[in-house]
Design a protein around this ligand. Sequence first.
Ligand code: MSP
Length: 606
Amino acid sequence: RSRTAHAPPARLFPPPHWPLLPRLRRPFRAVFLPRRLCGGAAAAAMLRPPRRLPRPPRRAATAATGPGRRLLLSTPIFYANGPPHIGHLYSALLADALHRHRGLRGAGPGRLSTGTDEHGLKIQQAAAAAGTSPPELCQRVSGLFRQALTQAAVSFTDFTRTSEPRHQRAVRHFWGALRDGGSLYKGSYEGWYCTPEECFLPESQLTERRDAQGRPCKVSLESGHQVHWTKEENYMFKLSAFRDPLQKWLQDNPHAISPDPFYQCVLRWLEEDLPDLSVSRERSRLPWGIPVPSDSTQTIYVWVDALVNYLSVVGYPETHGEWWPAAHHVVGKDILKFHAVYWPRIFVHSHWTVHGQKMSKSLGNVIDPFACIGQYTLDGFRYFLLRQGVPERDCDYYDEKVVKLVNSELADALGGLLNRSTALSINPSNTYPCFSESCFPKVLDYRGTKGMGRASAEDYEFVASVASLPLQVASYFEGFQIYKALECIALCVRQTNGFFQRHRPWKLDRKDPAEQLWLDTIIHVTLECLRVYGTLLQPVIPHTADKLLSRLAVEPEERGLSSLTFLPRYHGKPCPFEGRQLGPDTGILFHRLEKSGRHQIETKKL
Ligand code: MSP
């Protein structure tokens, strides 16, 4: 169960006040994933003021992925209270792979936003603990995140810091819009507040422990963090009024949250109570945040502030309409409620644990992405996280697993295949050889191929599975199952190695013209497979894919996904690569990794 599973009153929301946002009032239909996503969750439910129930938006009939469609993809913005770890990087890599994949499909203008979440009690306390001021801490940590994302080749187009004036201005405007729409009222709120989670928790999510001095205290069941009784006069948001419309909206849009178990989870939350939310804090307790407009005794709750980054990044309140509502958010399961109840359209992922334990500063088992990239190479580590991370469930990290997976799939299987099929001993002319239809004739039913050519039934089966790979991969990306896309590619790479091995091309006699035809055909088919794998792997391992495609002499304009063909000669069509000189041999595609030590973060750094 996620840490927000049974959230009590004080949680944040961000329903933009739709009347002030005319462009947001369009039905939430034009979302970028065909079939999967039909519109925003809470935002769609909040298109109209609470008392009038919104009409449900119609299901998306067409994909918003067609040419020319805009899409704003986002990572969560990261708390600036500590350095990046692999969990953060995982959120960002998932969004990056989707963004790159979409770009390669030529699906229309896209933006990938990320940034740092810099206000709130948590940051205020972290700064005090580090003996520095919040602005200084944020400056430093935000820089670390930017550096980590850049180093990990995350193709972000926008980086928002919530302390920036343009963002603060957007949050103030947003607040005003809520207030003017009658969604806010002043009320007194009390409850157990958990600072690390920046939210109130109900009794059902608490347990008793003893603190460092041996005194009894209450802690969060989920995270083990201590909670404190907090009683304040706050501004409250009328979230309770949105329960029915939200439920209806989600029921009408079953693909608004992926994967499905998380969608079901949100529906269950909505069956429970949905009380109003406290959306401000007393300024005397929390000076580090954006003041409530026209009430300087209150600070805007950090989640309202943070969620507005998805609007401020595209110029809210002036120009966001060019990008909204086609926005899509990748988030970890712990922040699903903040997004799914209060904000629209979500791809949710689970967490990385380390040797079976939750990653945490206090346990000292936080894995440092910089060190991992240094040790396993950028593409090696990107591949590991995206191939091994399963959004539906937590995944366990240990170094040996990275080495084993990356060596077997990237170094041995993929790299080995390229090496074998381009070796001068086997392909002395260093060209993309010709395909022979007489060796590999087109058949309707490969089971009756005996005696027709040199290819076996197994070869036909294998070629058919590679031919279906691009579509399969695309549909897994659409369904936020990047690990499954990679699994399919890995399986095809194995099959291609099997194909190559089975026919032992190195044994064929080049002087015999019939043998030469078959030898060329084997290499042609293998290079065609490698070209497809290289093209499909670009969103995940951009550098290795580039090296592979360059070796195969695939030009940059031939690397798009929409124009990806496989083995056109088999279908009697011309192959533009046939006879082409291969690119220069720049050495081993992917060097085998050495086993290494752990990559924990030096927590004293901040
Ligand atoms: N600042 C909020 C998000 C606000 S978005 C409007 C926040 N920040 S965070 O730094 O704590 O988390 C950022 C992302 O990292 C979240 O998606 C979170 O789920 C993810 N991860 C944090 N720990 C993780 C793991 N151990 N494993 C995988 N992802 C994890 O929440």
